[in-house]
Design a protein around this ligand. Sequence first.
Ligand code: PEP
Ligand code: MG
Length: 578
Amino acid sequence: MRRTFPGHPAAPGMALGRVRLEQPARFSIDTSPLPDAEIDAEVARLERAFAVAREDMAELRRKLHGALAREVGEFIDAHAQLLDDPDLIEGVRAMIRRGHYRAAAALKAQRDRLVAVFDEMDDPYLRSRGEDVDHVIARVQSALARQASAEEKKLATRVGEILVTDSVAPGELAHLASHGILAVVAGSGSPYSHTAILARSLHLPMLVNADGVLEDLRDGDLALVDGVRGEVVVHPAAQDLARYRTWQRDSLREGQRLAELAGAETRTRDGHQLRLFANAERPEDIERARNLGVAGIGLYRTEFLFLAHDGLPTENEQFTAYRDALLGAGGLPVTIRTLDLGADKADAAGLVTAAEPNPALGVRGVRLSLRQPDVFITQLRAILRASCYGPLRILVPMVTDAAELTEVRRLIEECGRDLRTAGFEIPEQFDLGAMIEVPAAALNVRAMLEVADFLAIGSNDLTQYILAADRNNDQLGKLYRPAHPAVLRMLAYVIARARAARKPVCLCGEIAGDPAFAPILVALGLDDFSMQPDRILGQRDALSRCERKTLRKLVPRLLRARGSEEIAALVASVQVTA
Ligand code: PEP
Ligand code: MG
């Protein structure tokens, strides 16, 4: 019999499939007091479980690539931080030692206490952070009970299924998506949770807070998840299936409409030509981007080559990767960014030696490269050797001072001389660019333009440094706003100075591919955008609706805006919808 269950839409879309019911992990918890003689062994078990949970997360982190690595990586890092929280471990350890709790019982008590603290919070966003604690502790419990590996094996059978569960952690969601799950219905949770944010980016329909589903659905039930209306329909009737087909047709049509834009030029409604570049981390990204008609690769993030490697990649290994990137681009320019490790990008290669109290303000990007000249020179040699396979530009991350770029140029020239002496054919001249992602570099951009051949604005980092809001700290999600007037003013300034100096300036942070930002960036005079390949068509479409002349006139008012809402209202007032 047809039944509906309302749920809160956390990620849009619809899906029809068989239910896979997953009861909340229930661990049989022994609450009997622990004998004195077993305390040391129990603490050791606990510590091993934490270590296994940490290793699980690190393993997950290593397996993720591309856009997924960026999205999920942040969540995993946040969870990994929780796992490292000395108060959490110490609290549980003390309960075992002093309270004679067993490890699982102590973990559960800690979990209940912490989740209760979050539940008390008024702010729904902060309240939803209780889920993170829940997921992290569930991982440790799972490691304690040695259930994790059996769980992983079950994933392989999930193709075409709708997961109905109490809650799901972001890392698990990434796994599930890659195993073909169609949608997720969670009995608890909030649309602010990491998992929900991730589901949106994976285009995986998701409902949260769906009451009664765990009790009333059965494994194998046919169900329609409607992330548009916010309901699950079990044993859907003809009218539900018709609604689903209409939705499928409409989204297919939208996909086809966008597909027609592949290979097209990018122009605003009033005919101004723009250039769309792709961000790439893997060879597949370059291939995809080429088929969509891009002007080149605006950002090739080389750190992923390092993060996916045990130890440091050799000069030859790097050379092969850069050469393949250039060959894959088929004559389009490729902007290779030198290593940007440190801060949020985990250091699998072991380059960042000292633990830093403020990693985002510490030795990252070019600061690290200049402190590790052997590593840097190996990379520069590999890049220079690849340069004969296509047009290449070199981009330097995290530049604060023009002198850093000058030093990089000196090293490039030195590497070029050495390679020529060794018989390689290396061009005399390379286009060298600076990432503008540190406010000092932005405010002093005139000095940067004297030594750089081009600029690439890293709005992801620039936003975090302008607003002093860590881009990885989910508690600051509301503060971290690229549409903040302070960010816009800085973008406007950098773009205007680069244009005046007649040097190319591209923006390669996430907002470059966000249709909501298209009118703002056009207003600020940006012509070059670099984004993940799957954003290209949607953004080409959004940009083609922008009336550049009208938007440019809006600039003085945009820059005087007091807040993001005023900016959104100004843009909406001139935006063409059809
Ligand atoms: C940025 O900071 O905007 C950027 C493109 O670099 P990343 O995201 O790799 O730090
Ligand atoms: Mg950056």
